[in-house]
Design a protein around this ligand. Sequence first.
Ligand code: FES
Length: 105
Amino acid sequence: IRVTYIEADGTERTGEGKPNFSVMEVAQSAGVEGIIAECGGACSCATCHVLVDPAWMDAVGAATEVETELLEFSEYVAPNSRLSCQISLTQALDGLVVRVPPKQG
Ligand code: FES
């Protein structure tokens, strides 16, 4: 399952993960800049914020309540914001595109 990350400066990186890997884990193995993931995927740090490509919003789904509360601390929060550690890969997400905000937090 391939995921493309567009970094803040426009650099694109593509990573690959198995089902149930998170979009955050794939970013780390692909060396994506700007996804810090301080809490290691526990949905408590909000430093793994990504902006989901609008074309993929339906497939990815909306943020949970806890996620939304954490995302409110981000300066770059938008309707398509998600915490990448909370998006699990499924075959339906093959080809997913997400953008990394200019800064976390
Ligand atoms: Fe901490 Fe996602 S890695 S909230």
